[in-house]
Design a protein around this ligand. Sequence first.
Ligand SMILES: Cc1cc2nc3c(=O)[nH]c(=O)nc-3n(C[C@H](O)[C@H](O)[C@H](O)COP(=O)(O)O)c2cc1C
Length: 150
Amino acid sequence: MTDAAQKLVGPLTFTALTGRPVATDPYTNETGVHVEHIRLADFADVVVIAPATGNVIGKLANGIADDVLTSTLLAVTCPVIVAPAMNVRMWEHPAVRRNVATLREFGYEIVEPDAGFLACGDVGKGRLAPPEQILARVRARLAASDRKRS
Ligand SMILES: Cc1cc2nc3c(=O)[nH]c(=O)nc-3n(C[C@H](O)[C@H](O)[C@H](O)COP(=O)(O)O)c2cc1C
């Protein structure tokens, strides 16, 4: 989780829901032996960023790695699925349009946001895609990776 994500939802909530540790800081880790973002990158079969902010999309498009999430992303070789969520004006900003296009060039799969009422009260495209839709894309990617391996 990024620092901003932790201001909205505490990491303990995710630990309780998943029964797994939550990585928040690239300079600490579970074992004290491994470099956490490289360990996570090696371990991953697929990476899903949901919700992906305009900020993180901008960082990834430019190779910035200044937290545990973006550092891990620079080190992964597995499929990456990005599900953006933001205000409609942010989604339509030319910088975000360009950054999303760059992520597609990297081979990242983008799960387009839905249109409708947004948390800020505006109406437009920017709502996180339904979780079932994101999960279906994850399953499809994992099935494709399994087919490649066999
Ligand atoms: C209540 C609240 C909700 C926010 N929701 C979003 C959002 O849905 N999408 C987005 O791109 N930014 C949103 N922001 C702005 C981000 O928190 C801000 O850009 C932050 O720097 C993102 O950091 P991160 O990408 O490292 O998580 C929100 C901010 C606040 C205060």
